[in-house]
Design a binder for this molecule. Structure first.
Ligand code: ZN
Length: 562
């Protein structure tokens, strides 16, 4: 791997389709002539190096565009890569088909690990030329959904907002403000509900047809393959949701009851759910530069490896955290494989979210950095349910340092964060079970789907009561959940990872040093194993096993004094 220049000095080169094809063809011919395992291993490594170089340029183009969305040159590079995608996909299909069916497969798996082969099998099981028209339709519908939501205008208090700028109001201390804000959002969502029903109906039908064309009975197994799930299926996930219904839902009801009590609200409603007490949300004590200084101190205290990692990130411009005009919203962590380094993108807004987003993305980044010596690019990140363990765990593992950011409010921050982690699980499971029910019965009407959502709300979110929000009463709150449209079956990954992160929190409360050692070990393993194997490698309980949630919920109940 090359030494790391500053981000702004990283050379970017636009690859040509001819160059990509030539390189791919050369390796495919070499593969066809290769006989020994050593020859084949070398070809796979070369393919991996070519992919790393391509991905580096792709990532640089993407980040440049996110940093400067109004720059036409940056946009042109981004579009260029979008158009290049089919060329790369075709070459990958052709090469990986050969690799996965070679008689030497077993010996190659011993050299490179079997996880890459399992992932390649997944990839090959989700594509075929016969579904390319359906894939086009699916991505058109996704875009239609995103555009509809992005363009939604929400009039509130004499101004016009969009879905993300409304967020700040839902936790407002003034009850009438948060009620008004939720009603304004619901009203706007109602105006596009028929369109959203139609788009989802089309998406479900397109996805079902893709699945049956590829030989699956329903979309569910195809959706699992698209998520690279190689070691569990929908029955395991139902086992997990059952635990959430039995153990987490009752705890969540106690958290809400206490909130109602501390707010002095006898009639606790939907718009009160995200408010803990009258003191409002804790805020960090300083601005961006102050936060970076505190973060540097925090990482130094976490250990030399964390400290040097974080200084490397800061010194080479791999942190872009400030909001500014023209910069795209949101936060993410990307990797730049040519140098084996991650890149963190965020938009600080001066609230506790900054600390959450920052520790979360640093968790992803530290994992990626720790996995940089893994033999294949496929192992630099784990599959998504495992990837979120590193990020969510670091949010918990940095608890003892929160005084640096929040001063006297640190304890309130920790309690609020822990409660939010618990409260998320029932909602996440409702989103997941909804999708299972939908794809099992693809001929349901939009009204029948809405009835399923209402039924699931009564199971997972029994406290829920809307005040004058007819679109939610009709069972359509899920329409604002982007993953349901854009990334089917993704959502449960957050719940599975949160369950593991809660175990890390619990472990750290008993023996911090040993928890940190296990965390580092998990980061180093990267994506070299599937989800459940990663867990057993570092002694975390499997969320699909009975009793897993009971232990962490007991610990949380005790800490929260419930
Ligand atoms: Zn994440």
């Amino acid at each position: 791997m090359q030494s790391v220049p500053r981000f702004s000095d990283m050379p970017y080169e636009r690859p040509t389709p001819e160059d990509i094809n030539n390189k791919a063809q050369k390796l495919i011919s070499a593969w066809d002539g290769a006989v020994t395992v050593a020859e084949q291993t070398a070809i796979i490594q070369q393919w991996d190096d070519n992919t790393a170089e391509y991905e580096t340029n792709h990532m640089l183009a993407q980040v440049h565009f996110q940093q400067r969305t109004t720059d036409p040159d940056a946009k042109e590079e981004q579009v260029f890569f979008d158009n290049l995608n089919p060329v790369v996909l075709e070459n990958n299909l052709s090469f990986l088909k050969r690799v996965t069916t070679t008689p030497n497969r077993k010996a190659l798996e011993e050299q490179l690990g079997s996880q890459a082969f399992a992932l390649w099998d997944c990839f090959l099981g989700t594509f075929a030329p016969e579904i390319s028209e359906l894939s086009r339709q699916e991505s058109k519908l996704r875009t239609e959904y995103s555009e509809l939501l992005a363009g939604l205008e929400i009039p509130f208090q004499g101004e016009t907002y969009n879905l993300s700028s409304m967020r700040g109001f839902y936790g407002n201390k003034d009850r009438s403000v948060r009620l008004g804000a939720q009603q304004a959002k619901a009203h706007a969502m109602e105006s596009i509900a028929p369109e959203l029903d139609r788009i989802y109906d089309d998406l479900v039908k397109v996805r079902h047809e893709m699945a049956t064309t590829l030989g699956y009975d329903t979309f569910t197994p195809l959706g699992y393959r698209r998520m690279d799930r190689t070691d569990y299926d929908d029955s395991n996930v139902e086992q997990f949701r059952k635990q959430v219904r039995e153990v987490v839902v009752p705890l969540a009801q106690r958290i809400y009851a206490r909130r109602a009590e501390s707010l002095g609200i006898p009639d606790f409603k939907f718009h009160d759910e995200s408010v803990r007490d009258h003191s409002g949300v804790p805020c960090p004590d300083g601005d961006h530069d102050w936060m970076l200084e505190r973060a540097t101190e925090m990482f130094d205290t976490l250990g030399d490896d964390f400290g040097s990692f974080f200084r490397m990130m800061a010194d080479t411009e791999l942190l872009d955290l400030k909001s500014r005009p023209g910069k795209s919203g949101g936060g993410f962590c990307a990797d730049i494989p040519r140098y084996g380094v991650p890149f963190i993108f965020a938009n600080f807004n001066g609230t506790q979210d900054d600390v959450n987003v920052f520790t979360h993305e640093c968790g992803h980044a530290f994992q990626n950095w720790s996995s940089r010596d893994q033999p294949l690019l496929a192992y630099h990140w784990p599959t998504t349910e495992a990837a979120e363990i590193h990020s969510m765990s670091l949010e918990f593992l940095t608890y003892p340092h929160m005084e640096q950011f929040f001063g006297d409010d640190a304890e309130r921050f920790r309690t609020g964060h822990l409660e939010a982690a618990i409260l998320f699980l029932p909602y996440g499971c409702a989103v997941d079970e909804f999708q299972h029910r939908v794809y099992e019965n693809p001929s349901m009407t939009p009204d029948e789907r809405a009835a399923v959502w209402s039924e699931l709300e009564s199971v997972y979110l029994p406290q829920r009561q809307y005040v004058d929000m007819p679109v939610y009463d009709s069972g359509r709150l899920w329409q604002a959940q982007r993953h349901i449209y854009g990334m089917p079956f993704y959502y449960i990954d957050y719940c599975l990872a949160q369950t593991c992160a809660l175990q890390m929190w619990h472990a750290a409360s008993i023996d911090r040093e040993s928890a940190m050692t296990r965390y580092r070990a998990l980061c180093k393993l990267g994506g070299s194993m599937p989800f459940t194997q990663l867990l057993s490698a570092v002694g975390l309980a499997n969320p699909f096993d009975d009793g897993c949630l009971e232990t962490v919920c007991d610990a949380a109940r005790e800490t929260l004094g419930l």
